[in-house]
Design a protein around this ligand. Sequence first.
Ligand code: ZN
Length: 176
Amino acid sequence: MKAALLVVDCLNDFLDLKGALNCGAAGRDAIPAVAREIAQARAEGMDVLYACDAHRPDDAEFELFPPHCLMGSWGAEIVPELRPQDGDRIIAKRRFSAFYGTDLDLTLRERGVDTLRIAGVCTNICVLYTTADARMRGYDVRIPVDAVASFDPTAHHFALGQLRDVLKASLEGTGE
Ligand code: ZN
C-alpha cells in the first residue's frame, strides 16, 4: 500500500468567513484536523497534494453555483493555516471531482499511489465526487471524518453515509 493525502478546496472562498461560498463554523472547525492530517502525512513521508478550485470568469460551473475561487484571486488561495510546502503538488480543477479534466490520476499512478486520504470541503460536493472518481479508478479511500465539512449539516451526514455504504470509503475517527 502507498498512500497520499489529498487536501480538497481548503481555500479562502470556502474556509474564510469572508469567502464567497464559505462553510461557516463547520469549515473553521475542520481546519485544525486538516492541519493535523497534513502534519501526520509529512511525518510519515506521504505525498501531499492539494486539489484546488481555480475557475475562469465564464466557467460553466457558475450556472450551478455563484462565482467563487476565480483563478488568481484571494478566494482561490489556500488558507494560511494549511499552506503547502515545496514539493507538494497543486492540482487546479474546474469541476467537483479533482480527477475531472486534471492530471491527478496520472500524478498518483506515476508515484505508485493506491490509497488516498481525503480531507477538506465540501463533504457532499467535491469530497464526495472526488471519492467517487477515485473508487471508480480503483483507489482505496480513507476519510478522517473530523477533517471534512460542509455548509449543510444534513447533506454532510448524507454524504458520509454514501461515502461509507456505497463507495466503501473507510471513515476514520468517529461513530459514523
Ligand atoms: Zn467550484
